[in-house]
Design a protein around this ligand. Structure first.
Ligand SMILES: [Zn+2]
Length: 238
């Protein structure tokens, strides 16, 4: 690698990291994106992306029910359309359904296209459940002004996840690694990222069982993202 190329690579690398950190700080101040919630109350929000999946989601729902834990499912519109009975079960069991685009395509610069993806997904969810979701998670967790404003203009608040609570379960890193990642840094108000689709999710399910047992032992309550936002906002207003 030439000296010049190396310099450019280094510049790009160092430019990228502080830029992201600065963006988060700036965006957090606007209240337009939520990474996690500030609270002393022992609660966390467990979230699942990319479902529903006919093989894995029902097993995940069984584990959640056993532990009386509520979760938020950021569903893909086309999958919801294919498996409406799973969406209905999620709602019946007290979980939150949120928007993760209609086709899971990564649109970051085209507002009308993204608007179409968001609205088609929410219409599909509303047809199935009677409710239109209020939360949106962009594909790949990518965010910029176009994504945030398009979501907001269409009635959706952008929710990502706590940076230390990305389980990377889609890579199948091993059950113990998934457990360690969540438990070692867990704090009140964390938003934890799992996936209930996109490949074999057996590790996710096995890890979830143990994570929920440990969280219960530590006195944590697992609530939906909206519930966590609601509880902290009402506290601030009192
Ligand atoms: Zn996704």
């Amino acid at each position: 690698m030439g000296r010049c190329t190396l310099l450019i690579v280094l510049l790009l690398l160092f430019n990228h990291i502080p830029a992201l950190a600065k963006d988060r700080f700036d965006y957090e101040k606007t209240g337009k994106i939520t990474w996690e919630v500030k609270t002393d109350e022992k609660m966390v929000a467990i979230t699942f992306d990319d479902g529903p999946n006919p093989v894995y989601t029902p097993d995940i729902l069984d584990v959640l029910a056993k532990h009386k834990a509520k979760a938020t499912f950021f569903v893909v519109g086309t999958h919801a359309k294919n498996y409406p009975e799973i969406i209905r079960r999620e709602v019946l069991e007290g979980h939150e359904i949120a928007n993760h685009t209609f086709t899971h395509s990564n649109i970051i610069h085209d507002s009308p296209k993204l608007e179409n993806e968001i609205n088609k997904a929410s219409e599909t969810i509303e047809e199935i459940t009677g409710f239109s979701p209020t939360l949106f998670r962009p594909v790949g967790g990518y965010y910029n002004d176009i994504i945030i404003n398009t979501a907001a203009e269409n009635g959706h608040h952008v929710v990502l996840w706590s940076w230390h609570q990305d389980t990377k379960d889609w890579k199948n890193p091993g059950v113990n690694n998934i457990i360690k990642r969540v438990i070692s840094g867990v704090k009140p108000g964390n938003i934890i990222l799992f996936h209930d689709s996109g490949g074999n999710r057996s590790q996710t399910i096995e890890a979830l069982e143990k994570i929920l047992t440990e969280l219960e032992k530590q006195g944590y309550e697992c609530v939906t993202v909206s519930e966590m936002l609601f509880r902290t906002q009402t506290k601030q207003n009192n």
